[in-house]
Design a protein around this ligand. Structure first.
Ligand SMILES: [Zn+2]
Length: 70
């Protein structure tokens, strides 16, 4: 796994499991959906951080959160 992928997984973990911004730990994070290309994103209103993810990245990340559920 590349360093970039690992970074994304850590970000998703913070965003989805804890509901906080991976950059500033604020909970003022808005969820955005881009249905056209099946990606979704997050935007933090506290520090301005934003990022986009696709379903493959989410699947890869969540596989590590719940290793028993296959
Ligand atoms: Zn933030």
């Amino acid at each position: 796994m590349s360093e970039h992928q690992q970074e994304k997984q850590e970000e998703l973990k913070s965003l989805i499991l804890m509901g906080t911004c991976p950059c500033c730990s604020s909970n003022k994070v808005k969820y955005l959906e881009y249905l056209t290309n099946r990606t979704f994103g997050f935007h933090c209103f506290n520090c301005g951080w934003k990022s986009k993810y696709n379903l493959t990245e989410l699947k890869q990340a969540s596989a590590n959160w719940f290793p028993i559920q296959r």
